[in-house]
Design a binder for this molecule. Sequence first.
Ligand code: ATP
Length: 366
Amino acid sequence: MRALLITNPNSTGQRPEVMRQVLAHLLPLPGLRLKSVFTHYPQHAVELCAGLTRADYDVVIGVGGDGTLNEIINGLLGGDAAGSEGAADDTDPTRIAEAEPGAPAPEPAELPALALLPTGSANVFARALGFPQDPVAAAELLARLLREDLRRTIHLARWNGNWFGVNAGFGIDADVIARMERARSRGFAATPLLYLTTSLLAWNRIRRDPPQISVRATSVDGGEMELDDLPLLFASNTNPWTFLGPLPVVTNPANSFDRGLGLFGLTHLDGVGGVAGMLHLLGMGHSRWFERFIEKRTVRVDDAADLTLRSVRPRNFQVDGELAGEFDEIRLHTVPDAIEVFAPREETRFSDRPLRQVLRDFLRWH
Ligand SMILES: Nc1ncnc2c1ncn2[C@@H]1O[C@H](COP(=O)(O)OP(=O)(O)OP(=O)(O)O)[C@@H](O)[C@H]1O
C-alpha cells in the first residue's frame, strides 16, 4: 500500500514527539510504502493533492485539523481554492448566484482514499468518523484499519464549487472563528475554554444585532422549504456539528456521513426559548419533552440536497472552521458517496448521551 502522509506543522496539537509516536504505529505495517511531507504555507495541501489518483497513492493521510482536511479534499476532488481566496472582497450577489457549481467529481475508486489523524483543536471530522481525539491513539486505530482494509464511502458537500467535509455557515459560527483568529494572532492558545468564552460573547452580540439570514432548502426526497429572518443558521455534513472540548454540539441528531446536509436554525434568541436553544446546541436537552419545547423555535432539515443562504448584508462565512471571506449569498449542495475514508464502520451516536454524561464530560475536561 502506497501512502502519502501530509502533516500541517501549524496545527494546534502538532509536536515532534507526537509525530514520532504516530510513525511508530504506521511504519511497521507490512507492505506500507510511506512518503511523508510537511505543508509549508496555507493552501499547500491543496497543491500537494491536486491531480493525485489511486495510481499514485492508495491513501492520503492528513495529520492536522479540519482546515488541513478541507485542503486535502479540495486538492483531491478539484476544489476552486483560488475562488475561495478571491472571495473575500466579492460580495456581488449576482455573480455568486450565477457561479458554476464546480467541475464534476471524480469517482471515489479513482482517488486515493482519505485518512486523518487529529492534531487540530476541534478535529470535528476525525472525531465524527469515530477516531479518538488523541492523535497517537488515532494512529493505533488507523494502523488496524489499514491492515484490515476497513474503509467506507462518505458524503461530502460543496459551496460555490469548492468542497467541505464538516460544516459551513455565516453568522455566529463565522464570527466565533474570526474572533478566535484574532486571539490566536495575539498569541492566545485555541483552548476549548477560549472557544466557549468567545462563543458566549458572539452569542450576546448577535442577540443585540441579529443577522437576518434567509434560507431556501431542497431535501434529497424533493421537499422544499423557504424561511426568512433567522438569527442563527448552520449547515453541517457531520454529526456532531462541532466540539467544544469533549462537548459535542449536536444540531441534527439524525445527520450522518451517509445522508445529505443537516440544517439547523433558531427563530429567536431571546427569552426562555433562546436559552433552551443554546443549551440544545451545547449538547443538552435531547429528551422528548425538551425537543417538543424547542421544536417551535427551531428549523431543522436532516437530509438537504441543496441550500441557498442569504444575509441582508455581507457577513463572515466559515468553511470547516476557517474564514472564507464575506458573502451575502452562498449556495451549498451535498455530493453523495464522494470519497473513501479509512474509518471505523460503527456510527458514534453523541446525541444519545444522557445529560449526566454530558455534564460529567464537561467537568472532567476542566
Ligand atoms: N506551514 C504552515 N504554516 C502556516 N499555516 C499553515 C501551514 N500549513 C497549513 N497551514 C494552515 O493552518 C491552518 C490551520 O490548520 P488546521 O485547521 O489543520 O489546524 P487547527 O486550526 O489547529 O485545527 P481545527 O481546525 O481542527 O481547529 C489551515 O488553514 C492551513 O491552511
